[in-house]
Design a protein around this ligand. Structure first.
Ligand SMILES: [Ca+2]
Ligand SMILES: [Ca+2]
Ligand SMILES: [Ca+2]
Ligand SMILES: [Ca+2]
Length: 434
């Protein structure tokens, strides 16, 4: 998930008052196609040819839920996928398990985490059970205080023991894992989003669940830090989307021993782009890791409207840290993306969710998918128009039928407060089964 707001700059305020003039000067990212014929600029599409059945998951909607992250993983190890969610209203981590009658039972896995932003599930101590790393903002609202943390919850027979892995930092938006220096211990990559100040860090695991901190970049606004071998040389690298003062994509090339060379891979002069996350996936199936960027975070605007440059950007890995950008999807207020083969035809498709797609216009899409024709030409299809305010999405098979289902979470931080959601699922009822 991304962090809620950028700095409220003079230019952003101007953009609210005179969006057309501002756009003409500042937009350097060409739109994919002319905007749909909705005066507000909201986006909607034809119904998905793959049928999806909507269902809320877990507990009821009470108040205005703030779900910041959802993941689909077999956490309990019974061969059936569960859902994990970060709840910044209850300040807790939730586990949702499918029951024999197909209902979903929700329980609090971990209480007392202050504004969790992101979860990472991994067996970090290699003892055969899954542990949880939590990126902790401390406050989802603008705050430059040293209130961020990374906490590790070590699984001890189903009880979780808390270890503070990193504190004395500003708001933390993401933590990811990899053995960067090849010593057999799992290290961490950390996005310290901050506010006016922030960082990208890596934390060296020195044993005994102790970590030593190294800075990779000093800039505010890092949202996600995916880990992968992006240059295919056998070691794990780190990439980061940085979207506060700038809108930039960074790579940190591992030299093989845990020393990194920083590279700015891409930037745009459109400082309102609103990069909202970053997903590493081999979208074109050619064996290397590409990057997918959902863009449309405009929470800094008091009255947020969809913009023609919102949507989904694909960075095709062409080797040697050359990433070729192409806009592949148009969705106002796009906040998160997930990659998977939703129609079971063997190629990778993309699911997108929206935080602000002009909700005053009923029927605007809150969730869509981009169908890949196998040649990376993408056709958008609408899955649903409610609930509104979706900021996180995950794909996985929830029912064991081999089809990819979808889970998303709602962050109800602004009006309109109707069609209020919490944790939602769309069950894939397509006829194609792999
Ligand atoms: Ca473990
Ligand atoms: Ca590498
Ligand atoms: Ca690729
Ligand atoms: Ca497909």
């Amino acid at each position: 998930m991304a962090v809620m707001e950028r700095r409220i700059l003079g230019l952003s305020a101007l953009a609210i008052a005179i969006p057309i003039a501002t756009f003409a000067v500042r937009d350097f990212v060409p739109p994919l196609r002319p905007q749909p014929a909705v005066s507000s600029g909201g986006t909607r599409y034809s119904p998905s040819p793959v049928p999806f059945r909507f269902s809320p998951l877990g507990g009821p909607v009470v108040g205005l839920p703030l779900i910041t992250n959802v993941q689909i993983v077999d956490f309990t190890g019974d061969g059936q996928n569960d859902v994990l969610a970060a709840d910044a209203l209850g300040n807790q981590i939730l586990l949702l398990q499918r029951q024999p009658d197909d209902s979903w039972r929700e329980s609090v896995l971990i209480p007392d985490v202050m504004a969790p932003a992101h979860l990472t599930v991994i067996d970090i101590d290699d003892d055969g059970d899954l542990d949880i790393l939590v990126a902790i903002l401390g406050n989802i609202m603008p705050d430059d205080g040293v209130i961020g943390r990374v906490e590790l919850f070590e699984n001890r027979d189903g009880e979780f023991r808390r270890h503070v892995v990193l504190d004395d930092v500003r708001r933390v938006a993401d933590v990811q894992c990899g053995d960067f220096d090849g010593d057999g211990r799992i290290d961490l990559a950390v996005a310290v989003f901050g506010y006016a100040r922030g960082q990208v860090l890596w934390l060296h695991n020195v044993g005994g669940l102790e970590f030593r901190e190294h800075e990779l970049l000093n800039a505010p606004g890092a949202i996600h830090v995916p880990v992968g071998d992006f240059d295919a040389d056998g070691d794990l690298d780190i990439v980061a989307i940085v979207t506060q003062d700038e809108e930039e994509l960074w790579g940190f090339e591992n030299q093989g021993d845990g020393t990194f060379v920083a590279k700015r891979l891409w930037m745009t002069l459109n400082l309102d782009l609103g990069g909202a996350g970053l997903v590493a996936a081999d979208l074109d199936g050619d064996g290397d890791l590409d990057l997918v960027l959902p863009a449309g975070d405009n929470l800094e605007d008091f009255d947020a409207y969809p913009q023609p440059y919102h949507g989904c950007y694909w960075f095709e890995n062409r080797g040697n840290w050359d990433f070729h950008m192409r806009r592949i999807g148009d969705l106002g207020g796009t906040y998160a993306a997930a990659v998977g083969d939703l129609d079971g035809d063997g190629d990778q498709d993309v699911a997108l969710v929206s935080l602000t797609n002009d909700w005053l216009q009923p029927g605007n899409a809150s969730i869509v998918w981009l169908e890949n024709d196998g040649m990376q030409n993408f056709t958008p299809w609408q899955i649903g128009s409610r609930p509104l305010h979706l900021v996180t999405v995950a794909l996985g098979d929830l029912t064991g039928d081999g089809r990819l289902d979808i889970v998303a979470g709602s962050l109800n931080v602004r009006r309109p407060h109707r069609h209020v959601g919490r944790i939602s699922a769309w069950f894939n009822e397509g006829s194609d089964s792999r």
